[in-house]
Design a protein around this ligand. Structure first.
Ligand code: MLT
Length: 240
């Protein structure tokens, strides 16, 4: 296996595809996706364009849908929820489809949607992603961070490192680009202090400014959800 880390959708190559691509948006889209599916949501359907989300979800039975829209950390007007994983309780999401549009995470997903296998990962379900990779042994793996509007983010990089580290410990040849070792080193340094790291991250500070510390603390929890979100058709993610 060879791992490649791309920090943002913009830095992700457009002229090739890996065997397996994993979108990461720890704060908070891929944490929300894992949490919603773990709580029994039927699927998460991702849109980078909020107007397309509204149009597509209109044709879905109202009692079977939740519109989740976030921009700048805040809930988009007209949506049922923002992008808080803590909103995704069983009572609220079971058997419903979450129509989700966020500032960066859904763009990262869209960027890799043509890969033969598309997964989403966050700290909360990191182990499930690692186990999948161990089992399937895809030749090339892209770990694609969402960043923030084209910029690097600490939280996505540290999660990429958390996924790659167990493979690197067994075989240093898994490094496909320099970003992988950078991500592993970041995780190695901060793994016991993820909340502290997230509090210093630019989007972490933004969430703290919106009084969303509970979200931030939840997103830092590692391996608490045994769920692997996988794209089953373009933009549609289900639990496998
Ligand atoms: C994003 O897509 O940028 C996020 O998930 C932002 C957030 O909801 O905190």
């Amino acid at each position: 296996m060879q791992f490649f880390v791309y920090h943002t959708p913009e830095l992700t190559p457009t002229n090739s595809l890996p065997d397996c691509a994993i979108a990461i948006d720890v704060l908070r889209a891929t944490t929300t996706i894992a949490t919603a599916l773990h709580a029994g949501a039927e699927a998460v359907q991702a849109f980078s364009d909020i107007n397309k989300l509204m149009a597509r979800s209109d044709s879905w039975p109202a009692e079977k849908r939740l519109r989740a829209g976030e921009r700048g950390g805040k809930q988009v007007e007209g949506c049922d929820m923002g992008n808080s994983p803590l909103f995704c309780t069983k009572e609220r999401v079971k058997d419903k489809r979450l129509f989700l549009s966020t500032t960066n995470g859904t763009r990262a997903l869209q960027r890799i949607e043509n890969a033969p296998v598309v997964l989403t990962a966050a700290q909360v379900n990191r182990r499930a992603a690692v186990e999948y990779l161990r089992q399937k042994q895809p030749e090339t793996v892209w770990l694609v961070g969402s960043g923030w509007q084209g910029d690097y983010s600490l939280e996505d990089t540290v999660c990429a490192g958390a996924i790659a580290l167990p493979f690197y410990q067994e075989n240093t040849e898994i490094i496909g680009n320099d970003e992988v070792l950078g991500a592993i080193s970041l995780y190695d340094r901060w793994q016991d202090k993820l909340v502290d790291l997230f509090c210093q991250a630019s989007h972490g500070k933004r969430l703290l400014g919106l009084n969303l510390r509970d979200d931030l603390e939840y997103c830092a929890k590692t391996d608490i959800l045994d769920i692997l979100p996988m794209q089953t058709e373009k933009g549609v993610i289900k639990a496998v």
